[in-house]
Design a protein around this ligand. Structure first.
Ligand code: GLU
Ligand code: ZN
Length: 504
């Protein structure tokens, strides 16, 4: 298979790119695109280029540019060429390359591959409407392809400012998609298109393929939504070769399947779970999220769903990408994240918990020795019980506050009603007299006093103690929690709960 994917390109010469526009949050569909490109480059030992397509000044900002770089770093993608690392074909930020585009636009025009179009929006719309009425395919009709000098000076006299249009070849564009196989676009479905606005601003249809050509991109893996631009881009790549701006084989394209959200529609920018920030805030691990995203269209084989990035890189084969839409499933993403989380060593988990506990105001961003020790000891109690890191905030919060706040769930308060008085009083008394403050002795003493002594079922014995100490009906294992909390704080909480129960 590798031969047909690479064609004449030697593995080490493989060059792919990830080239998002820095418009706010990265979409998980884009992250999937980045992942597949990165895995493809690493699999073949080629080059992963990161380029920022920021020529849409109205939407792009310095802030989103910084956020984009931060996101890529968080995900762990290392790029071989791109912002901050540089490379031989830079700059890698399109807003720094306007002179390049202006030069190439001029060459395309001089070479007869592009021409000035003076049509106004109204005229274009009118002719589109006319085509519709006559049952013809609407689209630019080539009106300005061969204007006479008289027509041009007439238009100029009217003060019209021309756009620059690409002259599509009058033949079908056929290519072999790496995911979908042969695809053909009839000439009439790919009309001449605008490369440069009347004000001189170069557009995506120009700058994207021009940079792919100048940066010697060999393979373009991107979302299916861009499929319709591929015949135009291929024609432009051919033109760039004809005018000598580029050389070598045309890039090969592979279009990755749509990512579907709920209700069988594309996962949209408006869905909160479409944005990378949502995953970061909830405490997904980058490796967990990427493991899940790898399954959106690709499969490891053998139904295997859990794998490391290294394993993915070793196994990655673009021919195993399925062209059918992929269903996005947050639950499954969480489940996979949970598996990855449980596989980490607890020291590592503790480190990753800090930002989440800090965001909740439970720990400073730089915990001191004592706080670290407590966190390290507490992490194993929750590691098995979470699928995302932020769940630890609720579970471990009681350890990092002076007084736990009582869960608003009325069932929690109900456990601290008058019935709980003997339980809480006995528990407090027992623990006050306990010799050794450690899990096993705490458990033995409480079982002895509450279950054997008061004849309570374990659930009734320990429920009030749990709520008294953690504020919640669900917590990490109780006796370990008490051991970590320490005798003084445990007794203080039991006493406070007892007063509350007596007053209830
Ligand atoms: N900047 C374009 C986007 O984010 C890149 C499209 C492409 O990969 O060609 O949609
Ligand atoms: Zn025109």
């Amino acid at each position: 298979m590798t031969e047909t994917v690479l064609g004449d390109v030697a593995p080490a010469d493989v060059r792919v790119r990830f080239c998002p526009s820095p418009t706010g949050n990265l979409h998980v569909g884009n992250v999937r695109t980045a992942l597949f490109n990165w895995a493809f480059a690493r699999h073949h030992g080629g080059t992963f280029v990161f380029r920022v397509e920021d020529t849409d000044a109205a939407r792009d900002s310095e802030e989103s540019y910084d956020a984009l770089l931060d996101s890529l770093r968080w995900l762990g993608f290392d790029w071989d060429e791109g912002p901050e690392v540089g490379g031989p074909y830079g700059p890698y930020r399109q807003s720094l390359r306007y002179d390049v585009y202006a030069d190439i636009a001029a060459q395309l025009q001089a070479g007869g591959h592009a021409y000035r179009c003076y049509c106004t929006q109204e005229e274009l719309e009118e002719r589109r409407e006319q085509a519709r009425l006559e049952g013809r395919t609407p689209g630019y009709d080539g009106h300005c392809r061969e204007l006479s000098e008289a027509q041009v000076s007439d238009y100029r006299g009217q003060g019209r400012e021309p756009v620059l249009r690409f002259r599509m070849p009058d033949r079908a564009m056929v290519f072999d998609d790496l995911v979908r196989g042969e695809i053909s676009f009839a000439a009439l479905h790919v009309p001449d298109y605008v490369l440069v606005r009347a004000n001189g601003h170069p557009l995506y249809p120009l700058v994207n393929p021009v940079d792919d050509a100048l940066m010697r991109i060999t393979h373009v893996l991107r979302g299916e939504d861009l499929l319709s631009s591929t015949p135009r881009q291929l024609a432009l790549h051919e033109a760039l070769r004809e005018i000598g701006v580029a050389s070598g084989p045309l890039p090969r394209f592979g279009h990755l399947p749509y990512v579907m959200g709920g209700g069988n529609r594309k996962l949209s920018k408006r869905d909160p779970e479409a944005s990378l920030v949502w995953y970061r805030e909830r405490g997904f691990l980058p490796e967990g999220l990427l493991n899940y995203l790898a399954l959106l269209g690709w499969s490891f084989g053998d139904d295997r769903e859990i794998f490391t990035l290294d394993e993915m890189v070793a196994a990655f084969d673009i021919h195993r990408v399925n062209p059918n839409p992929a269903q996005f499933d947050v639950r499954k993403c969480e489940a996979i994240n949970g598996v990855r989380l449980r596989g980490l060593d607890s020291e590592d988990v503790a480190r990753r918990l800090v930002p989440h506990l800090a965001a909740a105001g439970l720990l400073p961003e730089q915990p001191d020795e004592e706080q670290w020790a407590l966190l390290r000891a507490a992490t194993p109690l929750v590691q098995e019980r979470m699928s995302v890191l932020s769940e630890a905030v609720g579970m471990l919060g009681f350890l990092f506050v002076d007084e736990p706040s009582l869960d608003p769930d009325p069932q929690a308060a109900a456990l601290l009603g008058p019935d709980a008085v003997p339980t809480l009083a006995t528990a407090a008394e027992t623990l006050r007299q306990l010799d050794k403050w450690e899990t096993a002795s705490i458990e033995a003493a409480l079982r002895d006093a509450l279950v054997d002594g008061l004849g309570l079922k374990p659930k009734h014995a320990f429920g009030p103690v749990r709520v008294a100490v953690t504020g919640r009906r669900v917590s990490p294992p109780l006796f370990e929690s008490l051991a970590l909390l320490g005798r003084e704080r445990t007794l203080k909480r039991l006493d406070a709960a007892l007063s509350r129960a007596e007053a209830a």
